[in-house]
Design a protein around this ligand. Structure first.
Ligand code: MSP
Length: 619
């Protein structure tokens, strides 16, 4: 099989700022492009902006700007957004570019000369936001089914494309290619659209009303209808008709769209292609809507959009990408929220993956001299067997959320593997065996990091760096065991997915080396009674305690203000580390430290169960 892959996003209208709904489709396309590149495909990834038409023209008017200046500015915003999200497109097409206009006019001419375009009068129900006419039946309670806004009855002299002529052909094509439109539900929708006449398509607008568009080559008084113009971006960017890119990539085209633009892509576009003598695209992949907090489609018109810029800034671009891909079953409407993103971040990324890297590094330092140990044969975990192959299938079938779930299940299994093998105990009996366990974990992480690279390219490169692995990878390297080479790992590595407090706390639990009873005896622990407590004068988090050891008093500064009020502490018997070197904390000298137990956000003081005088030794 020829390994060539071409993926496109819709080209976005420049009448609105990019929001999370746009970002989603673009992230999916980037994920697919990266996945295929990693898998050795010659890959081309196209995105861009749709800059003609009535909506854009009116938006420019409202903004009080010249349309060209307006589209230049907003188009840049999209580029900026994609940069922030790590979108590595190969080309960004703008429909106002010469290279695009040329192709639109060429195709129009071809179809016109073939007799598939004619002039006529049209009357219909038009939604200005959608830039299209609706049939009575398509409306929802008389309103535009997408925007919920009134439609206008319009009568116009238009040029028409003989779309109906190609309906039977398209129906047959769809039946012969059951995987053309995916997921299946959308295919059935199209089949039912095609089960009755679809009519011809109005493909022009009078220039007098909409001056912002590509003129028809044979009639300057009309500009091209924005959809006929826009759809052609998928080939104009490849230098249709005789560009090398067109020849190479077009037969492998995967279009990604949202379900609201199904009809233009599943009906207009194929019939246009047929009429122009261009072969059909390979797949039309249809995504569902991201829903806002109100459960409705996220859209500018509804005012419920989530800003991808600020989420990327706060959680990191890779975490946002991961969230979108992991959370949303492709094709289905899915509610999205910052809260759900945070949950994924904390549980999947910080607790499972980030923590695995941290503890692995810590153990490599303790039990393997800070090196990746000598290779040992073989995967030991069921979850890892055949994983890359399964992933390929899942990705090609658009089941991204399942694909990521499987890799994360492997990460979880690696954590369990460590817990079961207990390298810290094994090391005492058989250091070689402890190192073998660690090697397997490093290999597992190497493999998982490759598989997660298309979703989180930056973080996974960082992960590999933290383990002394090579950064550049190929997918097939995930299918081979033993590629992690022995060698030193870097002394310092940033926490991959920092999470206030918790990550470090967990780490401490495992970091401890075994100590002898003599080691322990070095710590002088004593019962102490709180005789006074007050807030620290210079720090909100700290309390200043006066403790009695029976025949001696101590001042101790303790970071427990979040959990205890000073007045509730007086009288409590706590445990003091009595021989800790004094330290000044925000200007107050602390003569020791009291013990507390912490788990996540909870903290309780260690107190003494029963009656014993202050000063008593604890051991
Ligand atoms: N310009 C046309 C596409 C022309 S393609 C030849 C267009 N632009 S758009 O900016 O309005 O929408 C672009 C894409 O963003 C569509 O696929 C649309 O489905 C998608 N989304 C817009 N809001 C969305 C959500 N809330 N959720 C998911 N996708 C959404 O249509």
């Amino acid at each position: 099989m020829e390994k060539v892959f071409y993926v496109t996003t819709p080209i976005y209208y420049v009448n609105a700022e990019p929001h999370l709904g746009h970002a989603y489709t673009t992230v999916v396309a980037d994920f697919l492009a990266r996945f295929h590149r990693l898998d050795g495909y010659r890959t081309y990834f196209l995105t861009g902006t749709d800059e003609h038409g009535e909506t854009v023209y009116r938006a420019a008017e409202r903004a009080g700007e010249d349309p060209k200046a307006f589209v230049d500015r907003v188009s840049e915003r999209f580029k900026k957004a994609w940069e922030l999200l790590g979108i590595a497109y190969d080309d960004f097409i703008r429909t106002t570019e010469e290279r695009h206009k040329r192709v639109v006019q060429l195709v129009l001419k071809k179809v016109y000369e073939a007799g598939d375009i004619y002039y006529g009068e049209y009357e219909g129900l038009y939604c200005v936001s959608c830039e299209r006419f609706y049939t009575e039946k398509e409306l929802s309670e008389g309103l535009c089914p997408i925007h919920g806004r009134p439609v206008e009855r319009r009568r116009e002299g238009n040029y028409f494309f003989r779309m109906e002529k190609y309906r039977e052909w398209l129906l047959d094509y769809l039946k012969a290619h059951p995987d053309l439109i995916r997921p299946e539900g959308y295919r059935s929708e199209v089949l039912s659209m095609l089960s009755e006449p679809i009519g011809d398509l109005s493909i022009s607008r009078p220039k007098s009303r909409v001056p912002w568009g590509i003129p028809l080559p044979w009639d300057e008084e009309h500009v091209t209808y924005v959809w006929f113009d826009a759809l052609l971006n998928y080939v104009s960017a490849l230098d249709y008709p005789d560009g090398e890119k067109y020849r190479t990539f077009w037969p492998h085209a995967w279009h990604l769209i949202g379900k609201d633009i199904l009809k233009p892509h599943a009906v207009f576009w194929p019939t246009m292609l047929k009429a122009a003598g261009i072969p059909m695209y390979r797949h039309l992949n249809v995504g569902g809507f991201l829903l806002g907090p109100d459960g409705r489609k996220m859209s500018k018109t509804l005012g419920n959009v989530v800003d991808p810029f600020s989420l990327a800034e706060r959680y990191g671009r890779d975490a946002l990408r991961y969230y979108l891909l992991r959370e949303i079953p492709y094709g289905q409407d899915t509610p999205v929220s910052e809260e759900a993103l945070r949950t994924r971040y904390e549980s999947d990324l910080a607790d499972d993956l980030g923590n695995l890297v941290q503890r692995t590094r810590a153990m490599l330092f303790r039990f393997a001299e800070g090196r990746v140990p000598e290779p040992v044969p073989g995967e030991e975990l069921e979850e890892g067997v055949g994983l890359p192959g399964r992933l390929r299938t899942l990705v090609r079938e658009l089941k991204f959320h399942v694909a990521l779930e499987e890799v994360m299940a492997y990460v979880k299994a690696l954590n369990r593997y460590i817990n079961e093998k207990r390298p810290w105990e094994l090391y005492k009996k058989d250091p070689k065996e402890a190192q073998a366990v660690l090697y397997r974990v490093v290999e597992g992480l190497r493999i998982a990091s490759i598989l997660l690279t298309p979703a989180m390219p930056g973080k996974m490169a960082e992960l590999r760096r933290a383990l002394g692995l090579k950064e550049e990878v190929r997918l097939e390297e995930a299918e081979r065991w033993g590629l992690a080479l022995p060698g030193p790992i870097p002394e310092e590595a940033p926490v991959l997915f920092p999470k206030e407090g918790k990550v470090e706390k967990k780490e401490e639990k495992e970091k401890r080396e075994p100590i002898t009873i003599e080691d322990f005896a070095k710590v002088e622990l004593r019962v102490a009674q709180v005789v006074a407590a007050k807030k620290h004068p210079n720090a909100d988090k700290l309390l200043v305690l006066t403790l009695s050891l029976g025949n001696e008093e101590r001042t101790v500064v303790s970071g427990i203000a979040k959990w205890y009020r000073p007045e509730d502490l007086v009288g409590k018997k706590v445990v003091l580390v009595a021989n800790l070197k004094p330290a000044r904390l925000r200007g107050v000298e602390s003569q020791g430290m009291i013990l507390a137990a912490q788990e996540g956000e909870d903290l309780v003081l260690v107190t003494v169960d029963g009656d014993i005088p202050p000063g008593a030794v604890v051991r």
